[in-house]
Design a protein around this ligand. Structure first.
Ligand code: UDP
Ligand code: MG
Length: 322
């Protein structure tokens, strides 16, 4: 926690991707909440390569509230990378990442800060009611958590998003995880620390529509599983073992039958079925191995997670180039 003499600094980190309809509404709710806190605050806005007017609106907001800092990324890097950028640039003694469509209600911030002051190092916002999300999204995310938590090295808390408060120590721990392909929920869970949960109701998006569609979420799910578990590879070995045992048994049966009954030519149907089945199993296996090789490839390139075009913040020069 911050020094006893000076009031602590709370950083809110928010990624924006084509949110021009939400920017004004977001600040209109967020700023009054922050101003009620008896602490300092800053808002680190990450413009994740928006192609609409979002950046300009953020800069306009800065004119009114100079504690808004704007980090402009060079293109769209995706929400996970944008969040990583925001965490890198946040100075706060406690840092709160949140969505900018008001699905993470700013009214929770004072509650989070209170829990932090009582000694929690991580305060998680847990969605007690997800009726705002579609039925299919709830079912698929339920299945994902079940599968993930069964096979991965760390369990992900269910119904928890990126909305949380983290102590400076937690943020520093997070920043030491070097992976390029970042599955934030998993990384958050991996670092641990003393955690307290706070329930909140997740409202629908205030404006615009979600860019995280079914396909993106599916890929994120694969990302999460391959990043935190090598169980699929082990399952593959077991499938191989079972198939090999079955085929040995079958081979013994064929040899025995041929010895007793003589040579029997027909068998095209069973032969083609077995060939295709094994071909299929092998291709799936290659796909799974490929998924891990792809990860190794991505990590070995050591590319930066994001590229910053410019940081707009208050200092002598007004803004500075990086
Ligand atoms: N976002 C981002 N980069 C992207 C996609 C989304 O920074 O490539 C931001 C977006 O502006 C919002 C947050 O991530 O603040 C959550 O996005 P969204 O509301 O689309 O996702 P959902 O709430 O449906 O999970
Ligand atoms: Mg949203």
């Amino acid at each position: 926690m911050g020094d006893e003499e000076k009031s602590p600094l709370i950083s809110v980190v928010c990624p924006f991707f084509n949110e021009q309809q939400a920017v004004a509404k977001f600040f209109a709710v967020l700023l009054p909440q922050l101003r009620t806190l008896d602490t300092e605050f800053e808002i680190v806005c990450v413009n994740d390569g928006s192609s609409d007017n979002t950046l300009q609106l953020l800069l306009d907001a800065r004119q009114i509230e100079p504690r808004i800092r704007v980090l402009d990324l060079s293109r769209n890097f995706g929400k996970e990378a944008a969040l990583t950028a925001g965490l890198d640039f946040a100075h706060g003694d406690a840092v709160i990442p949140m969505d900018t469509d008001l699905q993470d209600p700013p009214e929770q911030i004072p509650v989070f800060v209170q829990k932090w002051r009582e000694g929690a190092e991580v305060v998680l916002g847990r969605r007690s009611d997800r009726s705002a999300d579609s039925w299919s999204k709830r079912v698929s995310s339920g299945l994902f958590y079940k599968l993930h938590n069964r096979i991965a090295e760390v369990a992900l808390p269910e119904n928890v998003g990126d909305f949380r408060l983290m102590d400076r120590r937690v943020v520093e721990a997070l920043r030491r995880l070097p992976e390029r392909r970042r599955f934030m929920k998993g990384l958050f869970a991996w670092i641990g620390f003393r955690t307290v949960e706070v329930d909140y109701v997740r409202p629908p998006r205030v404006a615009g529509k979600s860019t995280l569609n079914g396909w993106t979420l599916w890929n994120l799910a694969i990302e999460g599983i391959t990043a935190f578990s090598s169980a699929p590879l082990r399952v593959l070995s077991y499938i191989g073992l079972v198939v090999a045992l079955l085929s040995f048994t079958y081979a013994a049966f064929i040899v025995g039958r041929t010895l007793v009954l003589g040579i029997d030519v027909p068998g095209y149907a069973s032969l083609i079925t077995i060939v295709l089945f094994l071909g299929g199993v092998q291709l799936i296996g290659l796909g799974i191995i490929g998924e891990y090789v792809g990860r190794i490839y991505a990590e070995s390139k050591q590319r930066p997670i994001y590229v910053v075009r410019q940081l707009f913040e208050n200092n002598q020069n007004g803004s500075r180039d990086l």
